[in-house]
Design a binder for this molecule. Structure first.
Ligand code: NI
Length: 211
Protein backbone atom coordinates (compact mmCIF):
# COMPACT_ATOMS: atom_id res chain seq x y z
CA UNK A 1 0.00 0.00 0.00
CA UNK A 2 2.72 2.50 1.01
CA UNK A 3 4.43 2.12 -2.38
CA UNK A 4 1.18 2.93 -4.17
CA UNK A 5 0.62 5.96 -1.94
CA UNK A 6 4.09 7.23 -2.90
CA UNK A 7 2.98 7.16 -6.55
CA UNK A 8 -0.03 9.26 -5.62
CA UNK A 9 2.24 12.01 -4.28
CA UNK A 10 3.87 12.40 -7.70
CA UNK A 11 0.55 12.34 -9.55
CA UNK A 12 -1.04 14.97 -7.29
CA UNK A 13 2.03 17.19 -7.52
CA UNK A 14 1.73 17.07 -11.31
CA UNK A 15 -1.99 17.81 -11.15
CA UNK A 16 -1.35 20.94 -9.04
CA UNK A 17 1.25 22.39 -11.38
CA UNK A 18 0.71 26.04 -12.26
CA UNK A 19 -1.88 26.73 -9.55
CA UNK A 20 -1.82 30.31 -8.27
CA UNK A 21 -4.97 30.20 -6.09
CA UNK A 22 -3.24 29.00 -2.91
CA UNK A 23 -4.28 25.41 -3.65
CA UNK A 24 -0.86 24.50 -5.02
CA UNK A 25 1.18 21.41 -4.24
CA UNK A 26 2.64 22.91 -1.06
CA UNK A 27 -0.86 23.44 0.35
CA UNK A 28 -1.54 19.74 -0.22
CA UNK A 29 1.83 18.82 1.28
CA UNK A 30 1.19 20.88 4.44
CA UNK A 31 -2.31 19.43 4.82
CA UNK A 32 -1.01 15.86 4.51
CA UNK A 33 1.65 16.51 7.16
CA UNK A 34 -0.77 18.21 9.55
CA UNK A 35 -3.45 15.56 8.99
CA UNK A 36 -1.00 12.76 9.78
CA UNK A 37 0.09 14.56 12.94
CA UNK A 38 -3.51 15.14 14.10
CA UNK A 39 -4.59 11.68 12.93
CA UNK A 40 -1.93 10.03 15.08
CA UNK A 41 -3.16 11.88 18.18
CA UNK A 42 -6.76 10.99 17.38
CA UNK A 43 -6.14 7.31 16.56
CA UNK A 44 -7.51 7.66 13.05
CA UNK A 45 -6.74 5.27 10.18
CA UNK A 46 -3.56 6.98 8.97
CA UNK A 47 -3.54 5.32 5.57
CA UNK A 48 -6.99 6.71 4.74
CA UNK A 49 -6.06 10.08 6.24
CA UNK A 50 -2.95 10.28 4.07
CA UNK A 51 -4.73 9.34 0.82
CA UNK A 52 -7.75 11.56 1.47
CA UNK A 53 -5.67 14.60 2.38
CA UNK A 54 -3.56 14.08 -0.76
CA UNK A 55 -6.70 14.05 -2.92
CA UNK A 56 -8.89 16.49 -0.97
CA UNK A 57 -8.64 19.42 -3.44
CA UNK A 58 -8.51 17.54 -6.76
CA UNK A 59 -12.25 18.05 -7.31
CA UNK A 60 -12.89 21.10 -5.14
CA UNK A 61 -15.84 23.15 -6.44
CA UNK A 62 -13.67 26.31 -6.33
CA UNK A 63 -11.13 24.82 -8.73
CA UNK A 64 -12.88 22.19 -10.80
CA UNK A 65 -15.89 22.69 -13.09
CA UNK A 66 -17.16 19.11 -12.82
CA UNK A 67 -16.62 18.37 -9.14
CA UNK A 68 -19.88 16.61 -8.19
CA UNK A 69 -18.78 13.02 -8.50
CA UNK A 70 -15.08 13.50 -7.68
CA UNK A 71 -13.85 12.29 -11.12
CA UNK A 72 -10.19 13.32 -10.68
CA UNK A 73 -9.81 11.62 -7.31
CA UNK A 74 -11.66 8.48 -8.49
CA UNK A 75 -9.60 8.18 -11.66
CA UNK A 76 -6.31 8.59 -9.84
CA UNK A 77 -7.22 5.91 -7.32
CA UNK A 78 -8.36 3.53 -10.06
CA UNK A 79 -5.23 4.15 -12.14
CA UNK A 80 -3.15 3.23 -9.12
CA UNK A 81 -5.10 0.03 -8.52
CA UNK A 82 -6.71 0.89 -5.19
CA UNK A 83 -9.53 -1.52 -4.34
CA UNK A 84 -13.16 -0.38 -4.54
CA UNK A 85 -13.62 -0.36 -0.77
CA UNK A 86 -10.68 2.02 -0.27
CA UNK A 87 -11.89 4.24 -3.14
CA UNK A 88 -15.37 4.49 -1.58
CA UNK A 89 -13.97 5.29 1.87
CA UNK A 90 -11.57 7.96 0.52
CA UNK A 91 -14.30 9.67 -1.53
CA UNK A 92 -16.60 9.55 1.50
CA UNK A 93 -13.92 11.40 3.51
CA UNK A 94 -13.11 13.94 0.79
CA UNK A 95 -16.76 14.89 0.27
CA UNK A 96 -17.06 15.87 3.95
CA UNK A 97 -14.08 18.24 4.01
CA UNK A 98 -15.17 21.44 2.21
CA UNK A 99 -16.41 24.70 3.83
CA UNK A 100 -19.79 25.65 2.33
CA UNK A 101 -20.70 28.96 3.99
CA UNK A 102 -20.91 30.55 7.46
CA UNK A 103 -24.44 29.25 8.12
CA UNK A 104 -24.02 25.77 6.59
CA UNK A 105 -23.31 22.83 8.92
CA UNK A 106 -20.48 20.72 7.50
CA UNK A 107 -19.55 18.68 10.58
CA UNK A 108 -17.94 15.44 9.36
CA UNK A 109 -19.24 12.05 10.46
CA UNK A 110 -16.09 9.92 10.75
CA UNK A 111 -12.82 10.63 12.57
CA UNK A 112 -10.74 10.48 9.36
CA UNK A 113 -12.86 13.23 7.76
CA UNK A 114 -12.69 15.28 10.95
CA UNK A 115 -8.90 15.06 10.88
CA UNK A 116 -8.53 16.00 7.19
CA UNK A 117 -11.05 18.85 7.54
CA UNK A 118 -9.14 20.20 10.56
CA UNK A 119 -5.80 20.04 8.73
CA UNK A 120 -7.24 21.78 5.66
CA UNK A 121 -8.80 24.49 7.81
CA UNK A 122 -5.62 25.04 9.79
CA UNK A 123 -3.83 25.78 6.51
CA UNK A 124 -6.52 28.40 5.78
CA UNK A 125 -5.71 30.43 8.91
CA UNK A 126 -2.61 32.02 10.48
CA UNK A 127 0.22 33.58 8.45
CA UNK A 128 -0.03 30.99 5.69
CA UNK A 129 -3.80 31.34 5.63
CA UNK A 130 -3.47 35.10 5.14
CA UNK A 131 -1.00 34.61 2.27
CA UNK A 132 -3.26 32.01 0.62
CA UNK A 133 -6.37 34.17 0.99
CA UNK A 134 -4.84 37.10 -0.86
CA UNK A 135 -3.38 34.78 -3.51
CA UNK A 136 -6.87 33.32 -4.04
CA UNK A 137 -8.47 36.77 -4.18
CA UNK A 138 -5.90 37.92 -6.74
CA UNK A 139 -6.36 34.83 -8.90
CA UNK A 140 -10.14 35.43 -8.88
CA UNK A 141 -9.84 39.16 -9.62
CA UNK A 142 -11.08 40.32 -6.21
CA UNK A 143 -10.20 43.61 -4.53
CA UNK A 144 -8.06 43.58 -1.38
CA UNK A 145 -10.53 45.75 0.55
CA UNK A 146 -13.52 47.97 -0.22
CA UNK A 147 -14.53 49.73 3.01
CA UNK A 148 -18.26 50.11 2.28
CA UNK A 149 -18.87 46.46 1.29
CA UNK A 150 -19.78 44.54 4.44
CA UNK A 151 -19.29 40.79 5.05
CA UNK A 152 -22.20 38.39 4.44
CA UNK A 153 -22.93 35.33 6.55
CA UNK A 154 -23.96 32.95 3.77
CA UNK A 155 -26.79 30.66 4.83
CA UNK A 156 -26.60 28.27 1.90
CA UNK A 157 -23.87 26.68 -0.20
CA UNK A 158 -25.42 28.22 -3.34
CA UNK A 159 -25.16 31.73 -1.85
CA UNK A 160 -21.60 31.09 -0.67
CA UNK A 161 -20.50 29.84 -4.12
CA UNK A 162 -21.77 33.03 -5.76
CA UNK A 163 -20.09 35.41 -3.32
CA UNK A 164 -17.43 37.63 -4.85
CA UNK A 165 -16.67 40.16 -2.14
CA UNK A 166 -13.28 41.69 -1.37
CA UNK A 167 -10.67 39.59 0.37
CA UNK A 168 -10.81 41.27 3.80
CA UNK A 169 -14.47 40.18 3.98
CA UNK A 170 -13.37 36.59 3.59
CA UNK A 171 -11.80 36.78 7.05
CA UNK A 172 -15.26 37.43 8.57
CA UNK A 173 -17.18 35.13 6.25
CA UNK A 174 -14.89 32.15 6.84
CA UNK A 175 -11.41 32.42 8.33
CA UNK A 176 -12.25 33.86 11.76
CA UNK A 177 -15.04 31.29 12.18
CA UNK A 178 -12.76 28.30 11.74
CA UNK A 179 -11.15 28.27 15.21
CA UNK A 180 -14.47 27.37 16.84
CA UNK A 181 -15.29 24.80 14.19
CA UNK A 182 -12.25 22.56 14.63
CA UNK A 183 -13.30 18.98 15.31
CA UNK A 184 -10.32 17.68 17.29
CA UNK A 185 -8.60 18.91 20.45
CA UNK A 186 -5.19 18.80 18.72
CA UNK A 187 -6.40 21.14 15.97
CA UNK A 188 -8.15 23.48 18.43
CA UNK A 189 -4.84 24.00 20.18
CA UNK A 190 -2.95 24.80 16.95
CA UNK A 191 -5.81 27.04 15.77
CA UNK A 192 -5.65 29.33 18.82
CA UNK A 193 -2.26 30.81 17.93
CA UNK A 194 -3.09 31.13 14.23
CA UNK A 195 -6.39 32.85 15.02
CA UNK A 196 -4.67 35.41 17.23
CA UNK A 197 -2.21 36.19 14.47
CA UNK A 198 -5.04 36.92 12.01
CA UNK A 199 -6.66 39.30 14.50
CA UNK A 200 -3.32 41.05 14.92
CA UNK A 201 -2.98 41.31 11.15
CA UNK A 202 -6.47 42.83 10.78
CA UNK A 203 -5.84 45.35 13.59
CA UNK A 204 -2.66 46.49 11.87
CA UNK A 205 -4.37 46.55 8.47
CA UNK A 206 -7.10 48.93 9.68
CA UNK A 207 -4.56 51.01 11.59
CA UNK A 208 -2.60 51.59 8.40
CA UNK A 209 -5.76 52.09 6.34
CA UNK A 210 -7.13 54.74 8.69
CA UNK A 211 -3.94 56.70 9.28
NI1 NI B 1 -7.45 22.35 0.71
Amino acid sequence: MQQTITKLYKAVEQHCEGDSTGHDWWHIYRVVRLALRIGKEENANLELVEIASLLHDLDDWKLSADSGNYPNARNLLKENNFDQHTIDRVIEIVEQVSFKGAGVDTTPRCIEAKVVQDADRLDAIGAIGIARTFAYGGAKGRAIYTPDVKPQMHQSFEEYKKSGGHTINHFYEKLLLLKDRMNTETAKEIATERHKFMQLFLDQFYKEWNI
